[in-house]
Design a protein around this ligand. Structure first.
Ligand SMILES: NC(=O)c1ccc[n+]([C@@H]2O[C@H](COP(=O)([O-])OP(=O)(O)OC[C@H]3O[C@@H](n4cnc5c(N)ncnc54)[C@H](OP(=O)(O)O)[C@@H]3O)[C@@H](O)[C@H]2O)c1
Length: 340
């Protein structure tokens, strides 16, 4: 049994972490912290659906008080906040899974360019392992600091990887058209996220200007062994959770759907949370509230275009579920513990 703390416990990701970890047989949640609370409050008061399920207070974060209370900390914090938390936790031999973007980008200059802030903990970037189990399981086993991937990057990287490493794809013309539910933006108040703004509308935003672009390009470039750029078109959809990405991959030469499907099936054959599916209609409904990423392939032979559809729950495989999967790998627990 390990003791875990959740910092940022009252946000959408923190709340989902609590829900998943309550089902985990090897974990005891022992510390919860948030920011905008006037006093120490039982979590069942702040999040009433947890009443009677978790008897624990949520505190205003005080990192010195947090340290002795857990073996591993999940940080479900807005970007930049982790810079003042991670060094202290690592110095005290704690394991950390950071769900923000702060340690995902290997080049601090690129982080600073896209997030428009100074990177305040450059020395720990090298210690961070990018927490995508399907690619980095062996490194995750030995890591003390996990940079848990972003939601859009998870669906994109899993959707593109097998085709990319097969060498069949033109690396200069990858297009990712992405749709996300509103929880992707977090629980903070913002006019753009009001019901009346989001309902009955589909909004294209940050086209080719979204902060997840450099993260996706970083991972694809490593896999391809050369600089790989994408065109990235995110959209906000009036639903709570879920991401659907339609990914356009130009093939260098024609291939059959059977051959391409085999490549994907072979790549993911031992993966507990990636399903290569053949059904006609792809829907976020098939993965929401689960840690699965479903991937389907369509081939347009005339245009030599492979279309990959990748769906996840942004709060689970895109955040807290993946974080728990990483924890399971770090501690040698069954990888699916708490997640099926
Ligand atoms: N939402 C998603 O789908 C998703 C997916 C992947 C990754 N992520 C990343 O995960 C992180 C959390 O996202 P979220 O959607 O859960 O955000 P959120 O709903 O806005 O929650 C943020 C949480 O952090 C707490 N917090 C903020 N500043 C703090 C500080 N200085 N000290 C202690 N606690 C502080 C907030 O406290 P209060 O509750 O008191 O305000 C809140 O509980 C972000 O970095 C986000 O980019 C999110």
């Amino acid at each position: 049994m390990i003791k875990v703390g959740i910092i940022g416990a009252r946000g959408y990701v923190g709340e989902e972490l609590i829900k998943v970890l309550l089902k985990h047989p090897q974990v005891k949640i022992s510390y919860l912290a948030a920011k905008n609370i006037d006093k120490v409050e039982p979590i069942g008061v702040l999040l009433p659906h947890l009443r009677g399920r978790l008897d624990l207070n949520c505190e205003v974060l005080d990192i010195k008080k947090a340290v002795p209370k857990a073996d591993l900390f999940f940080l479900a914090l807005p970007h930049t906040v982790s810079f003042s938390v991670v060094p202290m936790l690592l110095a005290n031999n704690k394991k950390v899974i950071d769900l923000s973007a702060d340690y995902r980008i290997e080049d601090a200059k690129i982080y600073e360019e896209w997030y428009k802030v100074k990177h305040a903990d450059k020395s720990n970037i090298k210690k961070a392992v990018y927490g995508l189990p399907e690619l980095y399981r062996e490194k995750i086993k030995k890591a003390n600091l996990i940079a848990n991937p972003g939601c859009y990057p998870t669906a994109a990287t899993l959707g593109i990887t097998p085709a990319l490493i097969s060498g069949k794809v033109d690396t200069k013309s990858i297009i990712v058209d992405a749709k996300s539910g509103v929880t992707g933006a977090g629980r903070k108040a913002s006019v753009d996220l009001l019901f009346t703004e989001v309902n009955e509308a589909v909004k294209a935003y940050k086209t080719n200007n979204h902060q997840h672009m450099p993260e996706i390009e970083q991972e694809l470039s490593k896999l391809a062994g050369k600089d790989t750029k994408i065109t990235f078109c995110p959209h906000l959809i009036p639903m709570n959770s879920g991401i659907l990405e339609t990914i356009y991959l130009k093939l260098k030469k024609n291939s059959t759907l059977e051959e391409l499907t085999k490549i994907y099936e072979r790549f993911y054959k031992n993966e507990p949370f990636v399903r290569v599916v053949k059904q006609e209609a792809m829907s976020t409904k098939n993965v929401v509230n689960t840690n699965f990423c479903d991937i389907a392939l369509r081939l347009d032979t005339e245009r030599k275009m492979l279309v990959v559809i990748s769906v996840i729950d942004n709060l689970l495989k895109g955040a807290s579920g993946q974080a728990v999967q990483n924890m399971n790998i770090m501690y040698g627990f069954p990888e699916t513990s708490g997640l099926l």
